[in-house]
Design a protein around this ligand. Structure first.
Ligand SMILES: C[S@@+](CC[C@H](N)C(=O)[O-])C[C@H]1O[C@@H](n2cnc3c(N)ncnc32)[C@H](O)[C@@H]1O
Length: 348
């Protein structure tokens, strides 16, 4: 790790500790080559996307304001032909960034370019199941064989950045959790597990009724999350801090989870430049014609609404809760993460 990167990470944790605006979740595109029934980004009409020129102006403004990390999502980011230009731009502006992908469009060339993507903190590849038919049901496309081939390529490439697999736990796949952890370990990846976001919402709370678990399923999922918390404490390669898994257990049991730092530590930037406190809250302005400094008081003004939402809405969107929980438990997060890394280096 370079000194610059180490200093950035220290500053990042300091800002998290003080709950300063730090993370931007950015849907770089709304278009997707999959069609997950739990996600409505792809179901909405194709919206405008920021050009590179617009991105440069907006992200320069966000950097000046203090934001440090951009979490790139979508839609499917790898459908954007200029994705690596966007990476280079963010690095040039001084951001660290992460990318989520369904992994089905990766190629030897793009994997090679990922290797050289400076500033990339982590690559997240969605893998909800190892069962082809279930994959088709959860992802709307029969692309598991392609994804598994690409994961082999990724493993062989041994990227310098950590690769994690994203499993959205729901009533159809939760029994596969141990198998997915084994799969991740075999490939030297980490596993991130979060519960499907239940209830109504703008983007990631649009779950069809068939995803609502019954009482037995809720109990079994909660047990699994509590077990993940123990495994993470013991150094298994799970991505989230153990406190996240403990809260996830409470969430699937139907208890309110708070705290939520949407509109404080974190905000959402939509594909067309719209901003909202979080992915499931309405857009309040567009950064194509407003500066973040002029919009921020309005976003902060949403705090009461965010706390009300957090207390009353069934939401456990990982972007917000993982950040909020880690910000309050940085020492434990770092201690646990060091244990995971040591075990990984020792080849356990
Ligand atoms: C919206 S996708 C976009 C990036 C990419 N296309 C992918 O599949 O990873 C980002 C992550 O959000 C998750 N997601 C979508 N809808 C969700 C929901 N209702 N609850 C929880 N996670 C959700 C996806 O499974 C994926 O892991």
């Amino acid at each position: 790790m370079t000194i610059t990167r180490a200093l950035k990470l220290m500053r990042l944790f300091w800002r998290m500790h003080r709950r300063r605006p730090t993370f931007v979740s950015y849907n770089i595109s709304t278009v997707c080559n999959e069609a997950c029934p739990i996600c409505s980004v792809w179901q909405r009409e194709r919206g405008e996307e920021l050009s590179m020129v617009e991105m440069e102006r907006i992200f320069r403004d966000l950097k000046r304001f203090g934001f440090m990390v951009v979490e790139i999502s979508g839609g499917e980011p790898f459908l954007r032909q200029d994705l690596f230009d966007a990476f280079a731009l963010l690095d040039r502006l001084g951001f660290l960034y992460t990318t989520a992908t369904n992994g089905t469009l990766l190629t030897p060339d793009s994997i090679n370019r990922l290797r050289n993507a400076r500033g990339l903190l982590q690559l997240a590849v969605s893998l909800d199941t190892l069962d082809r038919r279930l994959y088709q049901r959860l992802r709307g496309r029969d692309l598991l064989p392609r994804l598994l081939e690409n994961l082999e390529l990724l493993q062989r490439a041994r990227l310098p950045q950590p690769v994690k697999l994203n499993m959205v736990m729901n009533r159809f796949n939760y029994r596969e959790t141990p198998a997915l952890l084994e799969f991740a370990k075999r490939h030297a990846f980490a596993l991130s597990v979060f519960p499907v976001n239940l209830g109504e919402g703008f983007q990631h709370r649009s779950n069809p009724e068939e995803f609502i678990p019954d009482a037995t399923e809720r109990r079994e999922m909660a047990d699994l999350f509590r077990n993940l918390a123990q495994l993470r404490k013991g150094g298994e390669p799970l991505w989230e801090y153990s406190g996240f898994y403990e809260k996830a257990a409470e969430y699937v049991e139907g208890r309110p989870v708070g705290p939520c730092d949407a509109g404080g530590l974190y905000m959402d930037l939509h594909a067309d430049g719209g901003v909202s406190v979080c992915v499931d809250q309405p857009v309040i302005a567009n950064l194509r014609d407003r500066s973040i400094a002029s919009v921020w008081p309005q976003l902060r003004g949403e705090e009461e609404a965010v706390q009300r939402c957090s207390a009353t809405t069934p939401c456990f969107y990982t972007c917000t809760y993982n950040i909020s929980l880690t910000a309050r438990n940085e020492a434990a997060f770092l201690r646990e993460t060091a244990r995971v890394r040591i075990r990984q280096l020792a080849g356990f």
